[in-house]
Design a protein around this ligand. Sequence first.
Ligand SMILES: [Zn+2]
Length: 546
Amino acid sequence: MEQILRKLVCVLLASLAYPSGGVSQQPPQTAPTRADILRGEYGPYRANNDLISYDLDVRVDPEKKFISGKNTIRFRMLNDATRIHLDLFANLNVDKILQGSTALKYTRELNTVFIDFPAQLKKNSVRVIDFYYSGSPQETGRFGGISFKKDPAGRPWVTTACQGIGASIWWPNKDQQRDEVENMRLHVAIPSTLTDVSNGRLDAKTDLGDGYTRYDWSIHYPINNYCVSLNIGSYQHFSDRLGDLTLDFYCLPENLDKARRQFAQAKPMIEAFQKYFGEYPFKRDGYKLIEVPYSGMEHQSAVTYGNRFANGYLERDWTGVGVSLKFDFIIIHESAHEWFGNSITASDVSDEWIHEGWATYAECVYVEALFGTDDAIRYVNGYKSKVRNQQPIITTRGVNKSPSQDMYFKGALFLNTLRSVINDDSKWWKLLRSYSMHFRYQNIATADLVKYFNVQTGLNLTPIFDQYLRQAELPVLELQFRQNDGTVSYRWKTVVKDFAMPVKVGRRNDWQLVKPTTEWQTMKSGLQRDEFDVATDRYYIEVVKN
Ligand SMILES: [Zn+2]
């Protein structure tokens, strides 16, 4: 159970299971299981090929809670090989796997399917296989996996939200984050009384003549597996535009008025994000916001929403400082992932702060754009109560180990700190925009991001990134006061060697910028110990006064 909970942490909503001030969320360190390695490792049978496209064609029976269909997987070989590694949960049947008309042999191990080809696949050759499957997928947790629910009026409501647990819980794919298809088609046949809203652009809707209707969606961009989404229900639709970007909204018929009111927040939010992070990344697919029975998820171009049409997070003041109730947390946070998570994706879950730290920081950027700097600073500092500082944000690579919740809150506080390190807002906003554009549609590691920031700023920020992301402890600013001559000595106490970070100290509204290192330095301050302040709302640090 602990294992399952840990994996759900990266689904934002699982944070409800860990209200702030509760017990530590950290499970004990354990060696990775075979399942973790199979799922997490970018092993030889994954690394030998590069995905080109998926064409997923499924039929969903909401009453029988049954799914069947095939995924046509197109990939390019990166070296000569006879075996590849795909994934499908063990409880689902592999009906057959074909290359053309030839049935391929396969071996199943836990949730992995190793496929063996009768002859060597040559490097650079493009291959196509049809992976047929069927079964009753697991419903896990409150949000995880795929769920077959009823809406409050008793109509079927089938939704997917499989981040962490893995998309292979409901469809066969190469279930990892490093390699994405370049584009995808998705065909969903459902009872004709219902509507399917998935990712991408709807190409066609075809009555199959047997009580079922098929929805054909085209996704024109790379997409990570967990974002591929079914939302099958009795949806009402309304739409809007932001320039040439289409905005499409779906909700249950009973909630139409509430949705029209609440979803109006999407437009100013996208405008703010476009200003700071560059153009909406999935314009050809449009932006959609879709009501679901769980709190929400960042499904690419099909953001899902279940925040009760109220501001805050499930009607709570999420960061506890009076700002959260000014906006709908789920609309803002999940949509921010279009830039951070969907466009720029972490190549391994150990680097998931690239999604969550950035999306959480994007909330603060939104607050600043709409409500001003004071609210933004209050908002981000409200997150301090949720940080634990018990384990590094970045976990072990390649073993399917999701980071703790610190990746959200400490991640955002770290980026707020980095802004103060840059100490020039015009440079900061330019940097955020260029980062977002430079790595658009790419799958990256933290090292790529740090390298880019170092080159763009001309600074060596590596020790700062390392201290905040690769160590549990915050940097400690040690201050030593000598009252008789009005001086104060200062240094950083950090785990990372050569840590150096400027910080503003002295008198609020008249800060002095000092550049402490791990060696003692002394400044004249003329301030008493109690008068001497540190800008801890701009730098997330610990201060020790001696
Ligand atoms: Zn998130």
